[in-house]
Each structure stands twice: as structure tokens, then as C-alpha cells.
Design a protein around this ligand. Structure first.
Ligand code: AMP
Ligand code: ZN
Length: 118
């Protein structure tokens, strides 16, 4: 199981540092974003370290992440109202934490400015 010692999301996803968890299974964790951009802003994070979505991520990890998105949406009550899923990939896309994660954003009407265009 590959972890990176100096990676904050490795620590959060593996309970080395505790945070506000919304969902967890064997492969992934979901926890609240520290700087929320919407009323619901949760990060889905694999327990193993991958830099981003094109870092040879195993299919079972990708499937677990997508499954977790649905679990988060239901747990946060945004599965029917609608939500947005974003995986910023690389510096030019605004990825600031270099451990693969998906943002789940909802709980309001999202404008085009939410997590993206400037
Ligand atoms: P990105 O810009 O796509 O890499 O997203 C990184 C996200 O991680 C940002 O939305 C930050 O607010 C969030 N973040 C950074 N550190 C923490 C932390 N310790 N706990 C929760 N969220 C964090
Ligand atoms: Zn990591």
C-alpha cells in the first residue's frame, strides 16, 4: 500500500491526522474540504497515494472513488438536487494538493465560476 510520508491527504485518508469524515471504505475516504466553495464541499480521496487521475490508478480504486461520490451525495442530501464532481489534474488546472482527489460540490445552484473558469 503506497503512502507518501510528506503528503497531507495520505495522512487524512489513513487517520494519521483525523478530520471530518463523510464516508469511508477499504479503498477511499471522503472528508469535508477545509475551505469550502459551496454549502456541500467534500473531497473523495484514495487511501493509497496517486499524484492525479492519470497516475496509473487501478480500476478498483477509480471505481471506489466513483462509488464514494454517490455515497457522499446521498449522505449530504444532494443526490436529487444535483452536484458537481471535479478532479483538477496538474498545476495548470489548479491542482494544489498532489494526491488524487475528487471534489463533490453542491447544496446550491452552482455557477460556471465554481472551481474553474476565472
Ligand atoms: P485542488 O486545488 O483541486 O488540489 O484541491 C485541494 C483542496 O484541498 C482545496 O479545496 C483545499 O481547500 C483542500 N484542502 C487542503 N488542505 C486540506 C485539509 N487539511 N483538509 C481538508 N481539505 C484541505
Ligand atoms: Zn498522498
Amino acid at each position: 500500500m503506497a503512502k507518501k510520508d510528506d503528503c497531507i491527504f495520505c495522512k487524512l485518508a489513513n487517520h494519521v491526522i483525523e478530520t471530518d469524515y463523510v464516508y469511508e471504505d477499504d479503498l477511499v475516504c471522503a472528508f469535508k474540504d477545509a475551505n469550502p466553495q459551496a454549502p456541500v464541499h467534500v473531497l473523495v480521496v484514495p487511501k493509497d497515494h496517486y499524484d492525479n487521475i492519470v497516475d496509473d490508478v487501478p480500476a478498483d480504486v477509480l471505481a471506489a472513488m466513483v462509488h464514494a461520490v454517490g455515497e457522499v451525495a446521498r449522505a449530504c442530501g444532494i443526490d436529487e438536487s444535483g452536484f458537481r464532481v471535479i478532479a483538477n489534474t496538474g498545476e495548470a488546472a489548479g491542482q494544489t494538493v498532489m494526491h488524487l482527489h475528487m471534489h463533490v460540490l453542491g447544496g446550491t445552484r452552482l455557477g460556471e465560476e465554481s472551481m474553474g473558469s476565472e
